[in-house]
Design a protein around this ligand. Structure first.
Ligand code: G
Ligand code: G
Ligand code: MN
Ligand code: NA
Length: 255
């Protein structure tokens, strides 16, 4: 309860910040995009994991305010990169959108306003939503379609772990499928996970969806994924989440 109360002060007290984790192209590792990941520096507890405070914020509704802050900050950073580096800027900046945010009636209009005032090219912004969030209510699917109509790319996050429904790939304008770490973990063995990871590449290729393998931790996994036909990967093997200023150092530009 204390933590929840503190969280409500976190924006005003400037305790939140974003890290960006590279999403790279296989096999060479060129930066293809980044995923924005929130962090909270609590004045006494130090860094609190989003695995703890995001579920908390989802329960008490504060996630709407928090999500608004994340989106604003990520769009500001994306626009800064776009202005400074042009074509060499990260092509995609992904933001996690929670189920609760998606259900908020004015959400797509807010995103539209943010795009307008920032000047960011809409397709540089990727909305990461989970299967469960989209399948939650009819309004959620409408919101996803509205975001797509604004020019955002839609990514299905944690794919395979929720109420996976292949019909979602038909009904929802999905551009990117993020294959969950729990499947990638088994990719080097003769496991059911490996069979699924291999099978998904055929489905995504046929549907013109980009597949991103998440949680890649070893060179072996990266190699297997590349052999299966994966073009994009994300994970500690390539890079950890890092401050925006460090992302700029990875860009293919002459200083
Ligand atoms: O960054 P890390 O792996 O610790 O994140 C833990 C969980 O928190 C992941 O499920 C991730 O999707 C989620 N998360 C991280 N940043 C955000 C954010 O800005 N918004 C939402 N809704 N979830 C986030
Ligand atoms: O739920 P979502 O996919 O958005 O969560 C992303 C989370 O996964 C982030 O919190 C990030 O820190 C974490 N992550 C990214 N790459 C790796 C990895 O290679 N190994 C592990 N264990 N976690 C990772
Ligand atoms: Mn994500
Ligand atoms: Na994920």
């Amino acid at each position: 309860a204390r933590l929840a109360a503190d969280l409500r002060q976190a924006i005003a007290r400037d305790e939140l910040f974003l890290l960006y984790q590279p999403i790279v192209e296989l096999p060479h590792g060129r930066l293809a995009g980044v995923e924005a990941l929130i962090r909270w520096r609590h004045p006494t507890h130090g860094l609190v994991s989003p695995g703890v405070f995001i579920p908390l914020a989802e329960r008490n509704g504060y996630i709407v305010e928090l999500g608004r802050w994340v989106l604003r900050e990520a769009v500001r950073q994306a626009r800064e990169w776009e202005l400074a580096y042009g074509d060499a800027a990260p092509e995609k900046v992904s933001v996690n959108i929670s189920a609760r945010q998606l259900r908020e009636p004015g959400f797509p209009a807010e995103v539209a306003e943010l795009l307008r005032t920032s000047g960011l090219t809409p397709h540089r912004l990727v909305a990461e939503v989970t299967e469960t969030a989209v399948l939650g209510t009819g309004e959620s699917l409408d919101a996803v379609r509205a975001l797509h109509a604004l020019g955002l790319r839609i990514a299905l996050d944690d794919f395979g772990t929720g109420q996976s429904s292949l019909s979602l790939l038909v009904d929802c304008p999905v551009k990117v499928l993020k294959v969950d770490k729990s499947f990638v973990d088994g990719v080097t063995g003769a496991s059911a996970q490996a069979v699924i990871v291999d099978g998904l590449i055929g489905i995504t290729e046929g549907l013109k969806i980009e597949a991103v393998a998440e949680g890649v931790e070893t060179a072996d996994q990266a190699y297997r994924l590349h052999k299966m036909g994966y073009r994009f990967a994300q994970g500690f093997h390539f890079a950890r989440p890092m401050p925006g200023a460090d992302i700029a150092l990875l860009l293919d530009v002459v200083p």
